[in-house]
Design a protein around this ligand. Structure first.
Ligand code: G3H
Ligand code: 13P
Ligand code: ZN
Length: 332
C-alpha cells in the first residue's frame, strides 16, 4: 500500500471546493509520455495552477501504470525544482471501469479515481460507484462518478448518441454513491470529431464548422439540484483549427475535425463545473509540431529535435487553457 500523501500528491477535495467558490475550473490533462508530463508541469508551475494528471486505460496499456505513477511522483519533485513551492498536483485514474482497477490505483498511490459505470443501468452504476467510493474514502482518495452517456467513444464504450444527464437523478445518485464529483453529459464528447458535419452549421466567412451549443439549460438544472457540488466535463477539447491546418498542410488528414468552442468552456468554468478534461488538444499540438518539424527538416532524425518543439507547443497550449479558458492560474 502506497499513500499518495507520501508522494506529495493531493486529492481533489480542496481544489474543487476552492474552484466552485472561485468560479474557475481545474485542468485535467491526460498524459502518456515524458514530454507531455514535462509540458503540463512546466505550464502549471509557471502559472501556479492546481493540476490533475490523468491516466487512462489507453495510457496504462501504452506506458505502463507503474511507470506512469512513478513519473507523477517525479513530477512533484520537478515542480518544486521549477520553483513551485507547494505544488497542487493530483494523480487521477481516468475512466476506471472496474472496482479492482480503482482499488489497485488507490493502493498504488493515486490520489483520485474515476469509476465510469455510466454505460450500465442506473442501479448498477450506483452500486459499483458506491463500492469504489466506500473503499477509496478509507484512504482519503476522492472519487469521480459519471451519470449520463457522452456521444462518441468513451474508452471502449461506444455510444452512438449521447444521453444527457437527467437532472432529476443527480441528487439520488450523488447521495447513494457518496461520490465527490460528478461527470455529466451536456453535449461534449471525446476525440477530435465531436460533431458530425450534418449536426453543425458552416461559418460563411471561413467555411469552418460551427457546432451546436452545449446544453447549458441541463447544466444549470443540475447545479440547482446540487448547489456547490463539483461537476466534471469530459470531452472538452476545442480542437484548435490552427493545429488541424498545420497537420493537414504537412501530410496529415483530419477532415472536418471539430471541438467545443472555448467561450463555452469559459462559461462552464464559471459555473459548478470545476474539472475540465482535455486530451485531444494536446495530441493535436504535439502532432502538428512533429509533422511540421519533420516536413521542414527532412534530414532530422534525433527525436529530441522534433519532440522538443512538440513539448514547447503543448506547454503553450496548456498555459492558454489555464489562463484564458479555465481561469485556474494563481490558485495554487
Ligand atoms: O477519455 C479518453 C481520453 O482521451 C483517453 O483516451 O484511452 O486513448 O488514452 P485513451
Ligand atoms: P477530449 O478528447 O475532448 O480531449 O476529452 C478528454 C477526456 O475527456 C478524458 O477523459
Ligand atoms: Zn473522458
Amino acid at each position: 500500500m502506497v499513500s499518495y500523501k507520501d508522494l506529495g500528491l493531493v486529492n481533489t477535495r480542496e481544489m474543487f471546493a476552492k474552484a466552485v467558490k472561485g468560479g474557475y475550473a481545474i485542468p485535467a490533462f491526460n498524459f502518456n509520455n515524458m514530454e507531455q508530463l514535462q509540458a503540463i508541469i512546466q505550464a502549471a508551475a509557471e502559472t501556479k495552477s492546481p493540476v490533475i494528471l490523468q491516466v487512462s486505460k489507453g495510457a496504462r496499456n501504452y506506458a505502463n501504470q507503474t511507470l506512469l505513477r512513478y513519473m507523477a511522483q517525479g513530477a512533484v519533485e520537478y515542480a518544486k525544482e521549477l520553483g513551485w513551492e507547494n505544488p497542487q498536483i493530483c494523480l487521477h485514474l481516468d475512466h476506471g471501469d472496474s472496482f479492482e482497477l480503482c482499488k489497485s490505483c488507490v493502493d498504488f498511490g493515486f490520489s483520485s479515481v474515476m469509476i465510469d459505470a455510466s454505460s450500465k443501468p442506473y442501479e448498477e452504476n450506483i452500486e459499483l460507484s458506491r463500492r469504489v467510493a466506500e473503499y477509496a474514502h478509507k484512504y482519503d482518495v476522492t472519487v469521480e462518478a459519471e451519470l449520463g452517456v457522452l456521444a462518441g467513444v468513451e474508452d471502449e464504450v461506444s455510444a452512438e448518441e449521447s444521453h444527457y444527464t437527467r437532472p432529476e437523478e443527480v441528487i439520488d445518485f450523488s447521495k447513494r454513491t457518496g461520490c465527490d464529483s460528478l461527470a455529466i453529459s451536456v453535449g461534449t464528447s471525446h476525440g477530435a470529431y465531436k460533431f458530425r458535419p450534418e449536426q453543425c452549421t458552416r461559418d460563411p466567412k471561413t467555411g469552418r464548422l460551427v457546432p451546436p451549443p452545449l446544453a447549458f439549460d441541463v447544466l444549470h438544472e443540475i447545479e440547482k439540484k446540487l448547489p456547490g457540488f463539483p461537476i466534471v466535463l469530459h470531452g472538452s477539447s476545442s480542437v484548435p483549427q490552427e493545429y488541424v491546418d498545420i497537420i493537414n498542410a504537412n501530410g496529415g488528414h483530419l477532415p472536418d475535425a471539430v471541438g467545443i468552442p472555448e467561450e463555452q468552456l469559459r462559461e462552464a468554468s464559471r459555473s459548478a463545473v470545476c474539472k475540465i478534461n482535455i486530451d485531444s488538444d494536446s495530441r493535436l499540438a504535439m502532432t502538428a509540431a512533429i509533422r511540421k518539424t519533420l516536413n521542414d527538416k527532412p534530414g532530422e532524425f534525433d527525436p529530441r529535435k522534433y519532440l522538443g518543439p512538440a513539448r514547447d507547443e503543448m506547454k503553450k497550449l496548456y498555459i492558454h487553457k489555464i489562463v484564458d479558458v479555465l481561469g485556474s492560474d494563481g490558485k495554487a
